[in-house]
Design a protein around this ligand. Structure first.
Ligand SMILES: Nc1ncnc2c1ncn2[C@@H]1O[C@H](COP(=O)(O)OP(=O)(O)O)[C@@H](O)[C@H]1O
Ligand SMILES: [Mg+2]
Length: 296
């Protein structure tokens, strides 16, 4: 089974696609059988980052049932170490309102892909699709930039993702689920407490739902001497969500990133010696260690 690694942030423009595409290239370069999936429904653009402008087939063909398997919509990028790409879909009413069963089917197919690692670029926003895709993986990478609005957005995103995960531990028709979905919680402990009061034993079920919640942070577009709220962010995540938020790494603001995107070549290939590329390589190495630890 493939290891799923999701990249999310809540906010657009933080660098999710930049991170996901570059990590995918670095893993493929190391010889890993790697697949990158653009799950940014509505803002799909990962293919453009590789100079693929009009993919023959996209996720839409799979979601719409025209393609029965993900292999039919996957394309091998020979110029990028044989990385496999599943291009995203433009937003249509069908994809925006993707039924729960379709989403589950997609996740099932992603998990059974014959790849060692599958990167999910989950896209912006905090819609249920985004939250579910983010939480479906075994490693969740959150991307934030140092500005205070991005940090606040990122915290909200993590909180909603955690709540969504807890709620999905209960059947949607259950009283516990309905009651919890109605409330706005400030911290996870309050959810566990309320679940327990609604139905003895549910507190533990809720708590267990978060066992696989291991978000890590990548700080992007970091400028020397600039504002950095990362300690504060880690502190509030620990205090309110009850989980650590270890840092996978930071990437400096680097003009070569923009230049590389304009040249349709991920920066790790476009400018391997650049500050951003070195930082990305370090992040890839740490991620390999994380995966090794996960696989015991
Ligand atoms: N480290 C960086 N340094 C400079 N520009 C960056 C960096 N990371 C991302 N960018 C720029 O930010 C923009 C948004 O990046 P993108 O990966 O598309 O964000 P997202 O997928 O989160 O919406 C891109 O135009 C990219 O050039
Ligand atoms: Mg993007």
């Amino acid at each position: 089974m493939a290891v799923l690694v999701s990249v999310g942030s809540g906010k657009g423009g933080t660098g999710k696609s930049m991170l996901a595409t570059n990590l995918a290239v670095l893993f493929a370069k190391e010889g890993w059988n790697t697949c990158l999936v653009d799950l940014d429904v509505g803002g799909a653009d990962a293919h453009v980052m590789f100079g693929v402008f009009k993919p023959d087939k996209t996720l839409s063909h799979f979601l719409g049932g025209e393609a029965r398997s993900l292999y039919k919509v996957m394309q091998r990028l020979d110029a990028f170490h044989g990385l496999y790409l599943i291009p995203g879909t433009g937003e249509t009413l069908k994809t925006a309102n993707m039924p729960y069963q379709t989403k589950m089917k997609l996740l099932r197919h992603l998990r059974s892909l014959e790849a060692q690692i599958v990167f999910l670029d989950v896209g912006a926003g905090a819609s249920l699709h985004v939250l579910d895709f983010f939480m479906a993986s075994s490693i969740q990478i959150g991307v934030a930039t140092p500005d205070p609005t991005s940090i606040l957005d990122f915290y909200r995103f993590l909180k909603l993702a955690a709540i969504r995960k807890v709620l999905s531990a209960f059947l949607s028709h259950e009283e516990v689920s309905r009651m919890l979905a109605r409330e706005d919680f400030q911290e996870m402990e309050a959810i566990f407490g309320m679940a327990e009061r609604l139905k003895p034993g549910s507190g533990e079920v809720a708590r267990r739902a978060l066992d696989g919640f291991r978000p890590t942070l990548v700080f992007n577009k970091v400028q020397q001497g600039g504002f950095s709220g990362r300690r504060k962010l880690q502190h509030i995540v620990k205090r309110f969500l009850g989980v650590e938020l270890p840092e996978l790494g930071e990437i400096p603001w680097d003009p070569l990133v923009e230049e590389s995107i304009g040249s349709y070549i991920p920066v790790v290939e476009y400018a391997p010696g650049s500050g951003a590329s070195k930082a990305l390589e370090k992040i890839a190495r740490r991620l390999r260690t994380e995966i090794a630890a996960l696989q015991g």
